[in-house]
Design a protein around this ligand. Structure first.
Ligand code: NAG
Ligand code: NAG
Ligand code: NAG
Ligand code: NAG
Length: 373
């Protein structure tokens, strides 16, 4: 389930994130897998905004709670319709993947994956705003349908508009506007009411500078971590003047892995500039902050960023001493506190790499698809 969920991160995450503040969304990320894998044939993860609240798969055949209020794994009651709709998504995705395999002459052996993101958005006052689905086959965008209360939009990539006759499209439009949208909006408002502490929470960012020596100067990074919601503004000042965005790298907000977010912006500072010892300030504004949060950094005397080369014998002695100190320290503080801290650190390292590993999982999953599409 975890791997399957990560695959979505790579394929669809930008979509979810584009829902601006002032709107709330309920998305099901559904995965259908054909072929032999340890995973259920069909599974779906239910997301309220960017928080997972439910899970369904073809083995358990029920919708259960994940996170949020109530007992983990207990029934998530969104009415009997929810389970009907999920089963319907299951069978439609199975049919769809069969069609795709046939159409693109894929080998039927091996593992194939069909993914669907489907759900709706409501405005702050609870009024429905849009409903859509978006399909991917073997990791590639396939087609999508969106209804935003006034317009139906259907988009199919090259060769993907299989199965969509005019009659079929009409049928789907009726289904989406008359059945799925009212149901989805109802479920979303119900969940919003129940999980308001979760989705309306405000978590303050932790902001710090990281500097790293590089050839010809230093890279100065302003890092904000562990905040929620994801909207944040980060600007870098050099002696009170904003640094041009062109000079900065980074800036995309990434999941922190613990339900919170992180973002970083980096500036290359040359040796000459370091000599001038400017005052760099990272200014952060976020919903959780009444005022702007400012963190400053000033280059120390230029010697501090010079690399010291320790001669080999001295280096070895130093390493031996460090090792002994480390061993002594470990024995002295052998206790729960030390262990937990270490584990936490290891955890947070893993978390930071989660988003990058998503793509790898995907390519491992669908080894024989790309060349044939
Ligand atoms: C489908 O693929 C098989 C094996 O790769 C090939 O023999 C066959 O000619 C292909 N058929 C079409 C219609 O491309
Ligand atoms: C729906 O989409 C159409 C076409 O993209 C756009 O012109 C219209 O303003 C949208 N309506 C709403 C309510 O967002
Ligand atoms: C650097 O600048 C910020 C505001 O731009 C100021 O608050 C801070 O005191 C300055 N730090 C130093 C060390 O001058
Ligand atoms: C970020 O800046 C934009 C434009 O200045 C502003 O509209 C928005 O409210 C700011 N967001 C936060 C979280 O401060």
């Amino acid at each position: 389930m975890f791997v399957v969920q990560l695959m979505f991160v790579s394929l669809f995450v930008h979509q979810v994130m584009s829902s601006g503040s002032g709107r709330h969304s309920l998305w099901a990320f559904a995965t259908y897998i054909s072929g032999t894998t340890p995973f259920p044939e069909f599974s779906a993860v239910l997301m309220l905004d960017d928080v997972q609240v439910g899970y369904f798969d073809s083995k358990i055949d029920r919708l259960v709670r994940v996170g949020g209020q109530g007992v983990e794994g207990a029934e998530l009651n969104l009415g009997q319709e929810a389970v009907f709709i999920l089963r319907d998504i299951f069978s439609s995705m199975r049919k769809r993947l069969e069609m795709v395999k046939h159409r693109f002459n894929m080998t039927t052996a091996g593992v194939h994956v069909q993914q669907r993101m489907t759900g709706c958005e409501v405005l702050e006052d609870g009024q429905p705003a849009l409903i859509m689905f978006r399909d991917g086959s073997n990791g590639q965008d396939a087609d999508s349908l969106m209804y935003n209360m006034t317009h139906f939009t259907y988009a199919g990539g090259d060769g993907w508009e299989i199965q969509w006759s005019a009659v079929k499209r009409m049928h789907f439009q009726m289904l989406y506007s008359n059945i799925y949208l009212p149901f989805c909006a109802r479920a979303l408002n119900h969940l919003l009411d129940r999980e308001k502490n979760l989705v309306r929470r405000r978590v303050r960012p932790r902001v710090r500078f990281i500097t790293k020596q590089v050839v010809g100067g230093a890279r100065v990074t302003c890092l904000a971590t562990d905040f929620y919601p994801r909207h944040i503004n980060l600007t870098l000042l050099r002696d009170s003047t904003p640094v041009d965005e062109d000079e900065l790298t980074g800036g995309s907000v990434l999941p922190n892995g613990n339900g919170l977010y992180q973002v970083r912006k980096s500036l290359m500072v040359s040796d000459e500039e370091l000599q001038r010892k400017h005052n760099y300030t990272c200014v952060t504004s976020h919903l959780s902050l009444d005022n702007r949060l400012e963190v400053s950094w000033r280059a120390e005397f230029s010697r501090s960023h010079r690399i010291y080369i320790i001669s080999a014998p001295a280096g070895l002695t130093l390493a031996a001493v460090l090792l002994m100190v480390l061993l002594w320290w470990r024995r002295r503080s052998e206790g729960v506190a030390m262990e937990t801290q270490e584990q936490q650190e290891r955890l947070s390292v893993n978390k930071e790499t989660d988003s990058e590993s998503a793509g790898l999982h995907l390519s491992r999953f669908v080894p024989d698809s790309r060349g044939q599409c």
